[in-house]
Design a protein around this ligand. Structure first.
Ligand code: GTP
Ligand code: MG
Length: 205
C-alpha cells in the first residue's frame, strides 16, 4: 500500500472529542523518544506531519491523522519519561487508558521499542495490560539504522525470550524499522493494508 494523502485532523486529551466516524485506526505507543512521531512521518513521507524532538516528552495529546481518506494513524504521548511531573503522568495515563479501552475502531496498537535497548519492564507491563484488555498489538522496533544486523537479530531474540518467560504463549507480529532510512515501512504498511481489508470485509458482512 502507498500513502497518497495524510492530513492532521485533531489533537485532544479527551476520547469523546476524537473523530466520531467508525473508520479503522492504528495507534502508536511506547516510551518517550522511542520514535513514534518520526515513524508516522516516515510512513507518510512528510517530515512535518507529526511533531518530533530529540528531547523526550514532545507529543502530549492524542493526535489523529487521516490517511488515504479512509483510515487513521494515531500518535500518542510516550510513557516512562522521568522528567514529567507526577500529576502530568497521571493525566497522560488516564486519557491513554481511556483511549485504549473505549476506542472501538482501534484495530491494532503498535508498541514501539528502541532496537538498541533490551526488553524494558515498562514495555512488558504495558503489553500485559494490552493483553489483559484484549487489545491486539504488534511490536515495531525503531532506530534499526543504529545497529548492525547481527545485533538486531540478537536483541530481537532476547526480546522474544523475555516475552515467552513473561507468560506470553505467542509472540505478536514484529517489525524492524528505521525512520531515518525508511527500512521496514513497506512491511508495516502492507500489514495495515491487510488489517484494513479484514476490517472493511467484516463491517460490510
Ligand atoms: P515523544 O513524543 O516524546 O513520546 O517521542 P517520540 O516517540 O514521538 O519520538 P520522536 O519521533 O520525537 O523521536 C525522538 C528522537 O529520536 C528524535 O531525535 C528523532 O530524530 C530520533 N529518531 C526517531 N526515529 C529514529 C530512527 O529510526 N533512527 C534514528 N537514527 N533516529 C530516530
Ligand atoms: Mg512523539
Amino acid at each position: 500500500m502507498r500513502i497518497k494523502s495524510a492530513k492532521f485532523v485533531i489533537s485532544n486529551s479527551e476520547i469523546s472529542k476524537c473523530p466520531q466516524s467508525s473508520i479503522p485506526e492504528y495507534a502508536f505507543i511506547g516510551r518517550s523518544n522511542v520514535g513514534k512521531s518520526s515513524l508516522i512521518n516516515s510512513l507518510c513521507d512528510n517530515k512535518k506531519l507529526a511533531k518530533t524532538s530529540s528531547r523526550p516528552g514532545k507529543t502530549q495529546l492524542i493526535n489523529h491523522f487521516l490517511i488515504n481518506e479512509n483510515w487513521y494513524l494515531v500518535d500518542l504521548p510516550g510513557y516512562g519519561y522521568a522528567r514529567v511531573s507526577k500529576t502530568q503522568k497521571k493525566i497522560f495515563q488516564t486519557f491513554i487508558t481511556k483511549y485504549f479501552k473505549y476506542r472501538t475502531q482501534l484495530v491494532n496498537a503498535f508498541l514501539l521499542a528502541d532496537i538498541r535497548h533490551g526488553p524494558q519492564p515498562i514495555d512488558l507491563k504495558f503489553m500485559e495490560w494490552l493483553g489483559n484488555n484484549l487489545i491486539p498489538f504488534s511490536i515495531i522496533f525503531t532506530k534499526a539504522d543504529k545497529l548492525s544486523s547481527k545485533s538486531i537479530e540478537n536483541n530481537i531474540n532476547d526480546y522474544k525470550n523475555s516475552m515467552l518467560t513473561s507468560n506470553w504463549e505467542e509472540i505478536p507480529p514484529i517489525f524492524i524499522t528505521s525512520a531515518k532510512n525508511k527500512s521496514g515501512n513497506k512491511e508495516v504498511l502492507s500489514y495495515i493494508n491487510q488489517l484494513n481489508i479484514d476490517y472493511f470485509d467484516k463491517s460490510s458482512s
